[in-house]
Design a protein around this ligand. Structure first.
Ligand SMILES: [Zn+2]
Length: 140
């Protein structure tokens, strides 16, 4: 923390040498700079932690998916939420190294969706198979 203050004071000194500043201005600048510097470094740490959590295999869990941008967990990462980070699903995937077609939903929902999709495919296949390839399927 002292390091931030020192760094901030260096900047304040430099500022004060090039323009006239009131004591209040100097104090405010020092305070703001300290906070900003802390924020910068803190932000970096957070980003690293998020990046680690952002391994697709780790951020997508059974009942939640973690937004790599803010670290919050959801069942589904919606377009609306990604938009709050200035991203869409595509750029989000690219940014965080997700596979192109990886659904941004928790595992439980992914499975449900896949099940529904498979069921739907089965139904369409069944319809076709019934007409064309039913005997073959029985042999196999
Ligand atoms: Zn987020």
């Amino acid at each position: 923390m002292d390091d931030y203050l020192k760094a901030a004071l260096e900047i304040v000194k430099a500022q004060a040498s090039v323009r006239n500043m009131t004591e209040e201005e100097i104090v405010n600048l020092a305070r703001n700079l300290t906070a900003s510097l802390k924020g910068l470094v803190g932000g970096e740490c957070e980003q690293k932690a998020e990046a680690a959590a952002c391994d697709p295999s780790k951020s997508i869990r059974e009942k939640s998916i973690i937004c790599c941008e803010c670290g919050k967990s959801f069942k589904i990462l919606t377009k609306k939420h990604l938009a709050t980070h200035g991203l869409d699903a595509k750029s989000y995937r690219v940014k965080h190294g997700y596979k192109k077609n990886l659904p941004l939903v928790c595992k439980g929902l992914q499975r449900e969706r896949r099940k529904k999709m498979t069921e739907m495919k089965l139904w369409t296949k069944r319809g076709k198979k019934a007409a064309v390839a039913k005997p073959k399927a029985k042999k196999a």
